[in-house]
Design a protein around this ligand. Structure first.
Ligand code: GLA
Length: 333
């Protein structure tokens, strides 16, 4: 028996809690197949369902890569989280302009948004069980409420409610999420709470809140996450951790010289993962999924963010796809 076979499966360990997912690319489903099949029971497409990938040109949809992920998940009895329908990034510029090159009108942009949502959601209807309908609509600046995206500037604040309504009309059984980063930080939490409360008061079909979970080994504190879970739970929606990774670098640390993590970093990461999952288990009544933004440390967006070309080691499996101490602290409890 190889050492990997003796290792408990993450999904089995969490079967009484919530599904454990991973963000995958159409390439990773081959290169990381063994880990995926053994440890994960839910997938999110890293990029393949985003506007610019799936709908690069007007009237032209490219489903091949997204389909390959959906087919992989279905063949292996995995859940599929849809990500993401309306976002300010990875959306072609042409969406926001008319044929003269001037800014699109509100009506034109709304009809494009509707066409996009209807086409993508209907293709995966009954297969994708939840959608991140709107991603990152809240502004990071203290006093401002909504991010001044083209969606907001051209349509107005009701672009958010329209997106949820369009998605719900196509697939009334899909769970519809609002997803954002830094969602446990008090300054942003209050604004997300406001947004969701406003949507609920208007009767908009929203069912879940996605906390991305791009955190690091120093931040946020378990208490900060607990406060946020308590707050969001009061809204009566389900909560998912949708993009979990724990960078070994503190925010603002721009070192680029490390070729491997220090043992202190790995020990702190393991301790943090242990504390986080203890908290998540405690909140199993409100948390309906935890998805990592990646599978193993060889492929992570953090190799290029926030410092281009810097290595990071944020996940539970190392670059050789072996379980790290972080894995054991999450899987054995
Ligand atoms: C955000 C998005 C994700 C992904 C990550 C970085 O969190 O929601 O789709 O782009 O950034 O990889």
């Amino acid at each position: 028996m190889s050492s990997d076979q003796q290792v408990v499966s993450l999904c089995d360990a969490y079967k009484d809690y919530f599904p454990i997912g991973a963000a995958v690319s159409s390439r990773c489903i081959h290169t990381h197949r063994d880990l995926l099949l053994r440890h994960f029971c839910s997938v999110t497409a890293t990029n393949e369902m985003k506007f610019s990938s799936i709908h690069p040109d007007e009237g032209s949809y490219q489903f091949v890569l997204a389909d390959s992920i959906v087919e992989f998940a279905e063949a292996n009895d995995m859940l599929i989280r849809g990500h993401t329908l309306v976002w300010h990034l990875q959306t072609p510029e042409r969406v926001f302009i008319n044929s003269d090159g001037a800014s699109a009108s509100r009506d034109l942009l709304l009809s494009r948004m509707r066409d996009h949502i209807e086409t993508v959601v209907s293709r995966y209807k009954g297969r994708v069980y939840c959608w991140d309908v709107v991603n990152e609509a809240i502004d990071d600046k203290g006093s401002d409420y909504l991010r001044p995206s083209k969606w907001l500037q051209i349509i107005g604040p009701d672009y958010i409610e329209k997106a949820f309504e369009y998605a719900h009309a196509v697939d009334p059984d899909a769970l519809l999420f609002y997803n954002d980063y830094n969602a446990v930080a008090p300054y942003k939490r209050e604004k997300i709470m406001r947004l969701i409360t406003e949507l609920q008061q208007k009767g908009i079909p929203i069912h879940g809140i996605g906390l991305q979970g791009h955190w690091n080994i120093y931040w946020p504190s378990v208490d900060e996450i607990r406060y946020a879970l308590d707050d969001y739970a009061r809204l009566g929606l389900t909560i998912q951790i949708t993009e979990l990774d724990l960078s070994v670098f503190a925010y603002g640390d721009t070192r680029i010289d490390l070729t491997e993590p220090t043992s202190e970093m790995m020990e702190l990461q393991a301790k943090r993962y242990e504390e986080l999952f203890r908290l998540f288990r405690e909140y199993k009544g409100v948390i309906s999924g935890v998805t990592f933004w990646g599978i193993a440390d060889d492929v992570t967006w953090l190799h290029n963010f926030p410092v281009r070309g810097r290595r990071d080691w944020p996940l539970l499996f190392d670059c050789e796809h072996q379980p790290k101490e972080s894995f054991y602290r999450v899987a054995r409890f």
